[in-house]
Design a protein around this ligand. Structure first.
Ligand code: NAD
Length: 460
């Protein structure tokens, strides 16, 4: 496997050196090829996702395929403008000069994907890599094997491997791949593996973008519109059976509205999935037995308020609300990544803020409140990669917003222009005229220090 990736990488370096990937027309052509390749495989992709995750076709299209079309279309619309060298002012000290930022592709990128959105999360970064003029090696997740082989076939049939290649494999193979010297690494996955990736990257001083997970808090304040909040929270939480990096992880509900809100949640879940969600065609399954057991064990603490049914044979876990939870319980100590929603309560908004701040900084924060002042207060006093006010997970679908984490939930961001920048080096170039050559800066310096100080005082 290493020899294979090593050989691919060598060919990619040679191709990158040819300068071809830097041409605007080439990038546009490749993005169109990628779009067409996805378009002609929509059915096999949805079948693969059904087999790997029991994903409802609606969720496969919305969360894995449609979102890629939007990303590619947005990139095609703006690429010309993004690629333009950007002129910036030059400090007077450097007169007569001009300054500009040139967007330089890194070279060969490694993109490693997770299993929960195994199609979208390996190809969305690729859009950025192509747009910025890089070559790329993709490593899809082995835990979604049908989708992994579908991605590998799509890549092999669409691009020559000296430009873009897919290498399949699990932990051992990924470790081997990480020994190679890439020019940038884009990783999506868990925080623990993110550390392993960063350590491997450090050996070669390779820059990394880490898109990790975490516990995204969802605050429902006293003045929230409860029916709307319940629908939007239930949708964001139980989409893909809770296996979404930025799904609401736990709820913080104002005590005054806890009971009516829980009633709305129960009503909403019945309306979404019927009395037996197992029979709903719109509800996904857990990826594998290991995760099924892990999530089922999290239900052992606290009190089930709604749901709680499981079926190991189908890897089915019902949409579940859990009360009587403390911060010491396992469910509040690790990312849930499944269809369980612990419900905690607060009386003063500051209590909710303090609780959020006691846990590692999350990928997203959601707040349901009609008050601009309280919205401001929560945003000003908390920290997260991104989030929504009066909604959940929707910010991930905007090509105008940077998507990424902070602290334990990751570093760097992508989508739209931010993807282009994630795969580019912003190369600052100062261009100086040779017509004037001020002697002040050249040695011997003797006698010039006071003049220098005066100059800096005037400029500073
Ligand atoms: P993971 O970290 O287990 O695996 C991700 C990738 O890393 C896979 O391709 C896997 O083959 C590889 N890998 C696993 N163990 C490895 C090791 N020891 N050494 C080298 N490579 C290894 O993540 P996952 O279980 O596939 O995905 C779930 C996690 O990903 C959750 O924590 C979730 O929050 C996070 N996630 C984040 C985002 C985001 O955009 N921020 C999106 C989806 C998922």
């Amino acid at each position: 496997m290493t020899a294979n990736t090593g050989a691919i990488l060598e060919r990619q370096r040679a191709f990158f050196s040819s300068g071809k990937t830097r041409e605007h027309a080439f990038r546009v052509e490749q993005l169109r090829k990628l779009r067409d390749a996805i378009r002609s495989r929509e059915d096999p992709v949805m079948e693969a996702l059904k087999e790997d995750l029991g994903k409802p076709p609606f969720e496969s299209y919305a969360g894995e395929i449609g979102i890629l079309y939007l990303e590619i279309a947005h990139t095609l619309r703006h690429l010309n403008e993004w690629m333009k060298t950007r002129s910036v002012p030059t400090p007077i000290l450097h007169f007569p000069s001009t300054s500009a930022i040139h967007w330089q592709p890194y070279g060969a990128a490694l993109i490693i994907g997770p299993w929960n959105y195994p199609f979208q999360l390996i190809l969305a970064p690729l859009v950025g890599a192509i747009a910025a003029g890089n070559c790329a090696v993709l490593k899809p997740s082995e835990l979604a094997p049908r989708t992994s082989s579908t991605v590998a076939a799509l890549v092999a049939e669409t691009f020559p491997d000296d430009y873009i290649a897919a290498v399949e494999g699990g932990v051992e193979e990924t470790r081997e791949i990480l020994r190679e010297r890439f020019d940038t690494i884009f990783f999506t996955g868990g925080t623990a593996v993110g550390r392993i990736v960063m350590e491997a990257a450090a050996k070669h001083l390779t820059p990394v973008t880490l898109e990790l997970g975490g516990k995204s808090p969802t605050i429902v304040d006293r003045d929230a519109r409860l029916d709307c909040a319940a629908r939007r929270i239930a949708w964001g939480k139980f989409f893909n059976a809770g296996q979404t990096c930025l799904a609401p992880d736990y709820l913080l509900v104002h005590r005054d509205v806890r009971e009516p809100f829980l009633e709305e949640m129960t009503k909403t879940l019945r309306a979404f999935y019927g009395d037996d969600p197992r029979r709903s065609p719109d509800y996904a399954r857990i990826i594998n037995d290991r995760h099924f057991r892990r999530i089922a064990a999290l239900m052992e603490e606290g009190r089930i308020l709604h749901g709680g049914e499981t079926d190991p044979g189908e890897r089915y876990i019902a949409p579940t609300l859990i009360g009587n939870v403390t911060l010491e319980d396992l469910i509040m100590r690790e990312e849930i990544f499944g269809p369980l929603l612990p419900v905690l309560s607060f009386t003063e908004l500051d209590e909710a803020i303090d609780l959020v701040n006691r846990l590692p900084r999350p990928l997203a924060l959601y707040l349901f409140s009609e008050s601009a002042g309280r919205q401001e207060r929560v945003l000003a006093r908390t920290s997260s990669g991104g989030g929504c006010i009066n909604d959940t997970i929707s910010h991930v679908g905007s090509q105008e917003l940077p998507f990424g984490g902070i602290g334990d939930s990751g570093m760097g961001a992508y989508h739209g222009r931010y993807s282009f920048e994630a795969f580019s080096q912003a190369r600052g170039i100062l261009k100086r005229s040779t017509r004037i050559d001020m002697p002040l800066r050249y040695p011997p310096y003797r006698g010039r220090i006071s003049l220098l100080k005066r100059l800096f005082r005037i400029l500073g």
